[in-house]
Write a protein that binds this ligand. Structure first.
Ligand code: ARG
Length: 563
């Protein structure tokens, strides 16, 4: 039972007439300073029903609650401050972690129901952008978080492998490209063609028309267009795979936009059936005025379908195939309107599951304060960033621990970990400016710092050959260990909070706090001191190692034993 539950249960004994345990839980606060205890209960809201001054109410409550679980219960003004029995809580928490190991914090909230997570989803024939990296690592972390609380995540890479841009690319390829050039460096060459197309299209408007015509050919199954498309797609996928391999991320489905080509007619049919499709300037749209949204474009005047049409087909498909509890889309904030429209159309169709669709937006990565744009060729190449981070990690290891056995593997884990953690540590909606030096910084609130703390625990445990013993007393009563214990105990609730907010940063912040609290403990306390509490201190080290590793795993980082 966590500390808040202990307090709420005790309070309920005196307050059951006025408040339920849940009401009490909602009122509990975390005091800002340790002087005010571990949990505080404000009594203001009871003043009306109990018709007494807050101080009197607080005093009365304290007289009527069981106090064995607490070191001290104090009334300060209108607050009751609870000081938990450190020895009791530390023993319970450490026993639980030692017993459950990596399963500590697992719950069955999701009841095994499926949660498709639309993530990464880069556009074929363009380099994977920093935005797609964000979607990949946020989605990967959310998948692990949802799995931990009992859902079954399904990672879907909704590849941008369809749309007018392929028509444009075909035009550019036929005008200015060659097979050899694409084969030699696929993404660079396709990007060059794409950028040239847009440069020239600024002065030559016929190019856009040609592009549209080629896309129409593709949608109609023209052989030349289809062959070019298949080839561009394969070459691009190969390059994306390098990035996924570096990150160690896999997908359950690569069903991208093209997958829905033969699945859009049913969408159009049902929209028509329900009289939702109206024609406007030759195109078919769904009016969303009552949602204060622009109309959703379903079909263009030339019959071509759109991004929205494919997303509707994908939503139908996912509901039918996965019967999802929730359907998550990890896509940049700039597409918020699109997902509002998607939900609104599903809502118009009368599907109550429209409410289970969640767009999980994230902020922009800028460079020198400006947006990175593929069209202008301004991009940061992801593979380069990851490789650079790995070589910087390698250099640090060479300098600090040259005899380390598996240097390359650890450099990989640390370098990639730095990039992932840097992305996940702030609220996902924050924008941030990209700087390689910042991304691969290893000191301060970084992934490598958490990984390093994990290796510190591993090293202590190796040197002392610690082994957990059943029935041993793992109670600790000092204030330094208490800061660590509180964070260990908060872990299960932290995972749930991260899942409710779709926010990996909640886990990243927990990892940083736990690492900092442990390092402070380590600096103040002689862990190996051959006294009666040594086993309890080692149990704490072991528990910190387990939970840090689990924090890192949930973020998509490895936890090396040595670095
Ligand atoms: N390919 C799109 C882009 O890069 C993202 C796709 C997101 N997923 C979706 N179901 N719309 O902008």
């Amino acid at each position: 039972m966590n500390e808040r539950n202990v307090v709420a249960t005790a309070l309920n004994q005196a307050l059951s007439e006025h408040l339920s345990v849940d009401d009490i839980l909602n009122l509990l606060e975390n005091p800002k300073t340790a002087q005010h205890g571990d949990v505080a209960f404000p009594v203001f809201s009871l003043a009306k029903v109990m018709r007494k001054a807050p101080q009197a109410i607080a005093a009365e409550i304290v007289e009527n609650i069981p106090t064995e679980a607490f070191e001290k219960v104090e009334v300060v003004g209108p607050y009751i401050n609870f000081f938990l029995d450190k020895r009791l809580v530390s023993n319970d928490t450490l026993q639980a972690i030692l017993k459950e190991d990596a399963n500590y914090g697992n719950t069955t909230i999701g009841e095994g129901r499926k949660v498709p997570i639309d993530m990464s989803s880069p556009n074929i024939a363009k380099p994977m952008s920093m935005g797609h990296l964000r979607s990949t690592v946020i989605g990967n972390s959310l998948a692990k978080i949802m799995d931990k609380i009992g859902y079954e995540s399904i990672r879907i890479n909704h590849l941008g492998d369809w749309g007018t841009q392929f028509g444009k690319l075909m035009v550019a390829y036929k005008k200015w490209g060659s097979e050899e050039a694409v084969k030699a460096a696929p993404i660079q060459e396709l990007l060059r063609l794409y950028v040239k197309f847009h440069e020239d299209a600024e002065t030559d408007s016929s190019l856009e028309d040609e592009g549209r015509a080629w896309f129409k050919k593709l949608e109609d199954g023209d052989e030349e267009a289809t062959n070019l498309w298949t080839w561009f797609r394969e070459e691009s996928l190969k390059e994306f795979q390098h990035v996924y391999d570096l990150l160690g991320i896999t997908f359950d489905s690569l069903n991208g936009e093209a997958f829905y080509n033969d699945k859009m007619q049913p969408v159009i049919d049902v929209l028509q059936e329900k009289n939702l499709l109206v024609s406007s300037q030759g195109a078919d749209i769904v009016d969303l005025e009552k949602y204060d949204l622009n109309p959703a474009l379903i079909r263009k005047s030339d019959g071509a379908t759109l991004y929205m049409t494919r997303d509707l087909a994908a939503a139908f498909y996912r509901k039918e195939n996965y019967d999802f509890a929730q359907s998550i889309y990890v896509v940049g904030n700039e597409q918020s309107i699109h997902f509002k429209q998607l939900k609104a159309v599903l809502n118009e169709l009368g599907f109550d599951w429209a409410n289970d669709i969640h767009h999980v937006p994230f902020g922009l990565i800028t460079k020198d304060g400006k947006k990175l744009s593929t069209r202008k060729g301004k991009i940061v190449l992801l593979e380069e960033v990851l490789n650079e981070a790995i070589s910087l990690a390698k250099a640090q290891i060479e300098a600090k621990n040259p005899d380390l056995a598996n240097k390359d593997q650890v450099a990989h884990q640390v370098g990639v970990g730095a990039v992932i953690f840097h992305d996940l540590k702030n609220d996902r909606l924050n924008n941030f400016d990209f700087s390689l030096e910042e991304v691969v910084r290893f000191e301060g609130e970084t992934g490598p710092y958490v990984q390093y703390t994990h290796t510190r625990c591993a090293s202590i445990l190796r040197k002392t050959n610690f082994e957990a013993q059943e029935g041993a007393d793992y109670s600790l009563g000092d204030t330094e260990s208490w800061e660590v214990i509180k964070l260990l105990q908060a872990f299960p609730a932290t995972v749930v909070r991260a899942s409710e907010k779709y926010e990996p940063s909640v886990i990243a912040k927990h990892a940083i706090q736990l690492a900092q609290a442990f390092n402070k403990y380590y600096a103040h306390t002689k862990i190996v001191n051959d006294d009666s509490e040594q086993q309890a201190r080692l149990a704490l080290v072991h528990a910190v190692k387990v939970v840090l590793k689990e924090d890192l795993r949930l973020l998509g980082l490895e936890a090396p034993e040595e670095m």
